[in-house]
Design a protein. Structure first.
Length: 215
């Protein structure tokens, strides 16, 4: 009889032990998240977005230059902005960093980036724009811009079928200009590292609990 009582006590204690172990793992998960540290960018609430899209199969009639080479091509990259300043009404909100690759036939024809002199990027109202005026000399004047037109109250996430890539350059005595339309563009938030880490931690806890239940 003593053995039966002891067995019952052990069985009744099992759920408590499981809950204690689960609680310990949850606590460990939060400790792991805390160990990741506080993002110093929180002071200005910087968020990074993935951006990608496609160019029209043909450029605007009469176009020359880079827009012709980008016909039927695409673009992709990332940009970072202080989302607390969005949506932007009439003011310009400068992006803090960006890298946009202009691609055709798996070849990067040009990159728009904050690491390149003369490049700039901003959000104004529903417009997301990246510009390259890197060659500004007496002999050369290159101006390329990618402009995407989203719905009103744009805060970084959304899709659109409207936009242009503009080449308005002056190379010495030879002037050229061209436009290729953007047929589709999509911007979406990149998950923060701590969010990914949290998902991994809780997924691990869930798998552990399922295995313990089976056992």
């Amino acid at each position: 009889m003593g053995k039966n009582i002891k067995s019952k006590l052990m069985l009744s204690a099992t759920p408590s032990r499981r809950l204690s172990q689960a609680a310990a793992n949850v606590a460990l998960g939060f400790a792991m998240l805390a160990a990741i540290g506080t993002d110093p960018a929180q002071a200005v609430n910087l968020k990074t977005f993935n951006i990608s899209g496609n160019f029209a199969p043909t450029p605007l009639d009469g176009s020359v230059g880079l827009p012709v080479n980008l016909a039927n091509g695409s673009f992709n990259g990332t940009y970072t902005v202080d989302v607390d300043k969005l949506p932007a009404s009439s003011s310009f909100v400068d992006l803090t960093s960006w890298t946009i690759n202009l691609v055709n036939d798996n070849t990067v024809l040009r990159t728009l980036s904050n690491s390149l002199a003369g490049n700039t990027a901003y959000i104004q109202e529903n417009i997301l724009a990246f510009a390259d005026a890197g060659l500004l000399t007496k002999q050369n004047h290159n101006l390329y811009s990618l402009e995407l037109y989203f719905d009103s109250n744009f805060t970084g996430t959304g899709s659109t079928n409207y936009g242009i890539f503009l080449d308005n350059s002056d190379l010495g005595s030879v002037q050229k200009s061209g436009i290729t339309a953007v047929t589709f563009a999509k911007s979406e938030l990149v998950p923060e590292p701590r969010t990914i880490a949290g998902a991994v931690v809780f997924a691990t806890i869930g798998l552990w609990l399922k295995r313990k239940q089976k056992a």
